[in-house]
Design a protein around this ligand. Structure first.
Ligand SMILES: Cc1cc2nc3c(=O)[nH]c(=O)nc-3n(C[C@H](O)[C@H](O)[C@H](O)COP(=O)(O)OP(=O)(O)OC[C@H]3O[C@@H](n4cnc5c(N)ncnc54)[C@H](O)[C@@H]3O)c2cc1C
Length: 389
């Protein structure tokens, strides 16, 4: 039997995240969006409240939540501020390769370090010359005794300027494409590692995004995650487990945009009537609500499959991310339209949500890449129900 009811614990967790979002994030969201400052005080509070490091197992000091509990929390935080949420949950992206491929010793060392006090870990596949094509990574490594020497440039690194650790994906010098990719945990203080300036972005302005430059960085061999050569599979395995959360980010943003649109439509008058009395407006908000319901259900299903360790989770995660990203953008555009000219002003929150929505179609695999993942499943694995066409 399929059951859509949340447990008492799940409802309490969602309430806790909602309360934090309303009391701690909403009042300062606009300030951080305008200044582009990294909201460390919020992260300190979220860390203390147990709203960070959601997927890190309890034995390493994390919250030990499954993907399902995580998406409940993420939707609430993203509804308040998608940018603050992105940096708050980048630790779950950075920690995932360690959870998936780390040894017991690596988990104890790195994961526990992230949960003892507020620290950040960044995930870095992308480079200035490539993002979608993970097999095209150019950063290299070579072994020298008990160490690896890393060289290359990583770009678009969320929390790159604040991280204590980076999970760097690089290739064995001389190899091509998927073969030879490996992942390493690289401490920030490593000699030869430097960071670039924070990037000035259209949206998610409170989230730090930067460059990490590696020049003959020596990493102890014990910091390699899994066997050499598993880097590509490890990156894809990580995305499968973290993409449902992007569906939750998108759902939170879309819900917030819809609520703003309803609220504004109830107050604004045109042609001597509230604009909420016009069918064109009613149809728009009805579509928003229907899409949000669909986004949330797809996100929940993908998270549930991830928690079950189901092989279908990969396609479901891409579906949740694709539908979430596309619908959040559409809902943000329509919600802004409900505001008319005021929607175009930065002093209304809807403009920020509109700017923030765009990123979901880009990071953790663009919408085109999600369609590629889904179509590969359809052409290679999908079993047609009606055979013989
Ligand atoms: C704010 C922000 C934060 C980010 N955080 C991180 C992070 O923490 N860690 C990290 O590693 N990366 C991060 N990224 C990078 C992000 O994952 C990449 O930007 C994204 O994967 C796209 O890569 P690209 O920018 O190189 O675009 P490209 O790969 O150059 O793509 C350009 C365009 O071509 C399309 N395209 C490419 N290949 C195909 C194809 N085969 N079929 C059809 N269309 C295609 C794309 O969809 C896109 O529209 C972040 C990016 C941003 C903007």
């Amino acid at each position: 039997m399929v059951d859509f009811e949340l447990s008492k614990e799940q409802i309490a967790l969602r309430e806790k995240a909602r309360k934090f979002a309303l009391e701690e994030i909403i009042p300062v969201s606009s300030k951080y969006d305008k200044s582009g400052e990294f909201p460390l005080p919020i992260y300190e509070k979220a860390f203390k409240a147990g709203l960070m490091n959601l997927g890190i197992p309890k034995q390493y000091g994390g919250q030990g939540y499954g993907s399902f509990e995580s998406v409940l929390v993420v939707e609430e935080i993203a509804a308040a501020d998608p940018g603050i949420a992105t940096s708050m949950y980048a630790n779950d992206l950075g920690a995932e390769p360690i959870i998936l491929a780390g040894t017991e010793e690596q988990k104890r060392k790195f994961l526990t370090s992230l949960t003892k006090e507020l620290k950040f870990i960044s995930f870095a596949t992308s480079e200035p010359g490539m993002g979608s094509d993970v097999a095209g990574i150019k950063a290299t490594y070579e072994r020298q005794g008990d160490e690896y020497i890393l060289n290359g440039n990583k770009f678009w690194v969320t929390n790159g300027n604040f991280a204590s650790y980076y999970v760097i994906f690089a290739r064995l010098k001389g190899t091509k494409r998927h073969e030879g990719l490996s992942a390493f945990v690289v401490p920030r203080e490593s000699e030869g590692l430097s960071t670039g300036k924070p990037l000035d972005k259209l949206g998610h302005r409170a989230s730090d995004t930067g460059a990490v430059i590696l020049r003959n960085v020596r990493v102890p061999a014990e910091n390699r995650l899994g066997e050499e050569g598993i880097g590509f599979l490890l990156a894809m395995g990580t995305f499968m487990r973290t993409r449902p959360a992007i569906g939750a980010f998108a759902t939170g943003l879309a819900r917030s945009a819809m609520e703003h649109a309803i609220n504004y439509a109830k107050q604004r008058e045109a042609f001597e009537h509230k604009i909420s009395s016009f069918q064109a407006i009613q149809q728009m908000v009805a579509d928003m609500y229907a899409r949000i319901e669909a986004m949330r259900l797809l996100t929940w299903k993908a998270a549930w499959l991830v928690d079950r360790g189901d092989r279908d989770a990969n396609t479901a995660a891409s579906v949740a991310k694709l539908v979430g990203a596309e619908d959040a953008m559409k809902i943000a555009i329509d919600a802004l339209q409900v505001y008319g000219g005021r929607g175009y002003l930065e002093n209304y929150r809807i403009a920020k949500l509109f700017r923030d929505a765009k990123l979901f179609q880009i990071y953790e695999g663009t919408s085109q890449i999600q369609r590629y993942v889904i179509s590969r499943y359809l052409f290679k694995e999908y079993e047609p129900i009606m055979k013989g066409f």
